[in-house]
Design a protein around this ligand. Structure first.
Ligand SMILES: [Zn+2]
Length: 248
């Protein structure tokens, strides 16, 4: 089957629309820019969708996406299109973490700055950042994640956590769905911005364990992810960034 044979009811095509929409929304929310990518694991578990290296993130469409295996090889594509240079980052995390169905990788400068100063690690200062309560590790090697060995090293640093930074390079967000990876990516950047703002004002007082427990008690993740997905989709479909006919 080639890409043109998909219909809007096809499960793969729905995932294609979600990955493309998520990318467009992260670009327009200024989390992602000319680099970065979102992957979505396909049913069956051992293949995933990812954008080609040469299509602008600002104009991504469902049919552009490539199907890659967990070795990062294209198993179904679009002509001679090649996957991004950092496809191994997605492949090795998806291989190591069966609970993860979507990975976002982007290079957000302000968030990155917390990997560039001593004694100022990113902390939890916004309630939704309790998603990363178990930890937000920083991978020490700033290299492009350009092969499987480097991808395994990144997956190893991530461990069981849900987000990490790569020093002087960028962010990696993992989630159970494309909708959740959008939500978490936006919250990860918001948390870094809030911490930066608070540090300008005075001595930082991040959320305590008791604060986090209190927020977690009434938090419904599925409902929150759905709310944010609907919100950003409505915003960017109304603005004409995400095509209105994508019913996702
Ligand atoms: Zn990168």
């Amino acid at each position: 089957m080639n890409n043109a044979q998909h219909s809007q009811n096809d499960a793969e095509y729905v995932l294609r629309m979600k990955v493309a929409a998520c990318t467009l929304m992260l670009v327009n929310e200024k989390c992602m820019n000319y680099s970065g990518h979102v992957s979505g694991r396909l049913p069956g578990g051992d293949t995933f969708l990812i954008q080609p290296i040469d299509v602008p993130r600002s104009g991504l469409r469902p049919d552009d996406l490539l199907v890659c295996n967990l070795d990062g090889e294209v198993v179904r594509g679009n002509g001679d299109s090649k996957p991004p240079a950092e496809t191994a980052l997605h492949a090795e995390i998806l291989r190591a973490r069966p609970d993860v169905n979507s990975v976002a990788h982007f290079h957000h400068d302000l968030t990155n700055s917390f990997t560039l100063v001593e004694d100022m690690p990113l902390r939890i200062v916004k309630n939704h950042a309790i998603r990363w309560r178990s930890g937000m590790p920083v991978h020490p090697d700033p290299a492009h994640v350009a092969n499987a060995e480097l991808g395994r090293a990144v997956a190893n640093t991530l461990g069981p956590h849900h987000a990490m930074q790569i020093r002087a390079h960028g962010q990696v967000i993992t989630a159970e769905s494309v909708e959740a990876v959008l939500t978490d990516s936006i919250h990860f950047v918001e948390n870094a911005q809030a911490m930066h703002n608070a540090c300008v004002l005075g001595r930082l007082a991040p959320l305590s364990d008791a604060d986090m427990e209190s927020f977690a008690k009434y938090f419904k993740r599925d409902r929150h992810v759905d709310k944010l997905w609907r919100y950003y989709l409505e915003c960017w479909q109304t603005a004409g960034v995400v095509p209105a006919e994508w019913q996702i």
